[in-house]
Design a protein around this ligand. Structure first.
Ligand SMILES: [Zn+2]
Length: 379
């Protein structure tokens, strides 16, 4: 089940994963220390809080699709286990299990699936840290309650802002109508100097058009590519200006307008569709997008094509996951770097198109799939 849940989790860079683990360990150093008892059975209050934490963590886990959100939810699950475990002896056994299992999983971190058991194990491990003596019961209760509330909000916020399929933080288009046997192929992070127009050509050969969520600064670097896409009937959407990791947290989000201007200047159109980098958004960003008259679009099918090295396997994974109404995430670029090599996608695309057709799914542009305009009258 764990591996299944994590099948769609992107790997991220080694430094990203290391930073996430570091943050998780720090968080675990606080919550379980406050949560752990001295060895006596858990009080009724601790049991109730632990059960609540566990319920929240179990609810959030299937939604979590991003490595950081998985880690934060796993910490909450670890803390919940710490709250519920009754006796020191049990926790000693868990310590041994945690050190052995967690340590090995961390060392053998060849696939992201290993992270979840590692972090849960570490969360459990935290429960054996003895609590500070002499702290008044009332103050300990307040600290524990505060930590639980913060942990719950952090986990829910992390999942809500990073999961492409969660609508908690404002309207997001995840897929088209399921009763219609059509799908849309979307290509992020371009324009790319070798892949983008090749992708467009293959789509045209197959009698269809694609939707390209482009990065503003790359549009400015290679304006002729965006212009050609629009002229040839493909759809261009807004995918931020710099494709930064944390810019979505900026409440003003100037990158939205910067990219609209960049695309209008080179291709004469104002995109009506916006996809945030990595799918990350806040309620404020969702509100801003809506106020500008754009629609926020994510996806329901991804095969981690940015990390793929085998074109055949990539094509098979995309075709297998696609179903009626799917919005399929692919990348003709990476992070808005126009010179990056995307040969693997170009090689996989014909097989993806043929496979989708063989499955009875028509490939259409995103505006046709979800209804509504591709461009705004002005921006
Ligand atoms: Zn992107």
């Amino acid at each position: 089940m764990v591996v299944g849940l994590l099948a769609g989790v992107p790997g991220g860079s080694a430094s990203h994963v290391a930073a996430a683990i570091g943050g998780a360990v720090l968080a675990m150093a606080v919550v379980p220390v406050l949560a752990s008892g001295r060895g006596e059975p858990p009080s009724r209050a601790r049991s109730v809080v632990g059960l609540c934490c566990l319920a929240v963590a179990l609810f959030l886990l299937p939604w979590a699709s991003y490595v950081l959100s998985v880690l934060v939810v796993a910490v909450l699950a670890g803390a919940a286990c710490g709250l519920l475990l009754p006796r020191r002896r049990v926790r000693d056994a868990v310590l041994l299990f945690g050190v052995a299992g967690g340590g090995l999983a961390m060392l053998a971190n060849a696939f992201v699936g290993a992270l979840l058991p590692s972090v849960v194990a570490l969360g459990l491990l935290g429960t054996v840290v003895p609590r500070g003596g002499g702290v008044p019961r009332r103050r300990r209760g307040i600290a524990l309650g505060g930590a639980v509330v913060i942990g719950t909000f952090a986990a829910a916020g992390c999942v809500g802002s990073t999961s492409p399929t969660v609508p908690w933080f404002g309207a997001v288009v995840v897929h088209g109508p399921r009763e219609q046997a059509a799908v849309a192929l979307t290509f992020d992070d371009g324009p790319n100097e070798t892949a983008t127009l090749e992708v467009a050509r293959i789509l045209e050969e197959h009698g269809t058009r694609g939707t390209f969520f482009e990065v503003g600064r790359a549009v400015q670097e290679r304006p002729e590519i965006t212009r050609a896409l629009v002229e040839r009937g493909h759809i261009v959407g807004n995918h931020s200006f710099t494709h930064g990791q944390w810019d979505y947290l900026d409440p003003r989000y100037p990158e939205l307008d910067e990219t609209q201007r960049a695309i209008r200047e080179v291709a004469g159109v104002c995109p009506a569709l916006f996809r945030p980098p990595h799918g990350n958004r806040t309620p404020l960003l969702s509100w801003l997008i809506e106020r500008h008259g754009l629609r926020l679009v994510s996806w329901d099918v991804s095969a981690s094509d940015w990390a793929a090295t085998d074109a055949e396997r990539l094509a098979a994974a995309v075709v297998e996951r696609a179903r009626a109404g799917s919005i399929i995430l692919l990348h003709d670029g990476l992070d808005g770097d126009p010179s990056v090599d995307r040969t693997v996608l170009v090689r996989a695309l014909p097989a993806i198109l043929d496979g989708l057709r063989a499955k009875g799914l028509e490939v259409v542009s995103l505006d046709r799939l979800i209804g509504g305009p591709a461009y705004l009258p002005a921006c």
